[in-house]
Design a protein. Structure first.
Length: 224
């Protein structure tokens, strides 16, 4: 149990996902690179494809954090493919959608690992006190609609009052508009902002972003 998170003095709990509650399945990223190279007929060694994928994944995450917007999943695909000398002008949105569906299937086959200790028990304790929970996650390769499917499969969705994903909102943490969306969706409009606790692993996007907005914040050290 995460006893260092202060449940008693807060009434609403906002959770980041990646490296806060979950981490990637150890085989997933390698499998996705293989799928990417095969689907788009990339004529490069798989290890080179993996490096390019990681480069643009990290870069787009950084862009999202610095600018506060959201680089679309398909834009990330096109950046990677262009770097790998694939003619992106020959691609259509239907093809990109087809690949995303295949990658979603792969994601749900090689599901993320829950790293937050006794997560169901912890969420249950919060709800039993009449308090509320949301997910607030920046997204990249994996869209919010896919994360919802995963959380339903893990029987975690039952505890979550609302979800906010950057690909759906088109803005990313630490943009204050993201935290304003949490404020807007909390059921009790009279709830003091400091009674809302955001929990995450990123010192800038999660911790500083929440504090700058006026929420309380808890920085987790991820268990990798």
């Amino acid at each position: 149990m995460k006893t260092d998170i202060d449940i008693l003095n807060h009434d609403h709990f906002s959770f980041d996902l990646w490296l806060t509650l979950i981490k990637s399945h150890p085989e997933f990223k390698a499998k996705r690179v293989e799928l990417f190279a095969s689907f788009f007929e990339v004529e490069k060694p798989v290890d080179e494809v993996a490096k390019v994928v990681k480069y643009y994944d990290d870069l787009c995450n950084t862009i999202n954090e610095v600018i506060g917007g959201n680089v679309d999943t398909f834009e990330i695909y096109l950046l990677i493919l262009n770097s790998l000398k694939v003619d992106v002008k020959q691609l259509s949105k239907d093809v990109l959608n087809e690949f995303y569906q295949k990658s979603e299937n792969l994601f749900l086959e090689y599901k993320p690992v829950v790293i937050f200790e006794n997560l169901h028990q912890f969420f249950n304790e919060i709800k039993n006190q009449g308090k509320t929970i949301n997910i607030l996650s920046n997204t990249g390769f994996i869209k919010g609609k896919t994360m919802r499917k995963f959380l339903i499969e893990e029987n975690l969705d039952q505890y979550i009052d609302f979800h906010i994903y950057s690909d759906e909102l088109k803005i990313s943490k630490p943009n204050p508009l993201v935290f304003q969306e949490v404020r807007n969706l909390v059921k009790n409009p009279d709830l003091l902002s400091e009674k809302i606790l955001h929990i995450g692993d990123n010192p800038v996007a999660d911790y500083k972003g929440a504090l700058d907005f006026g929420f309380s914040a808890h920085l987790l050290k991820p268990k990798i």
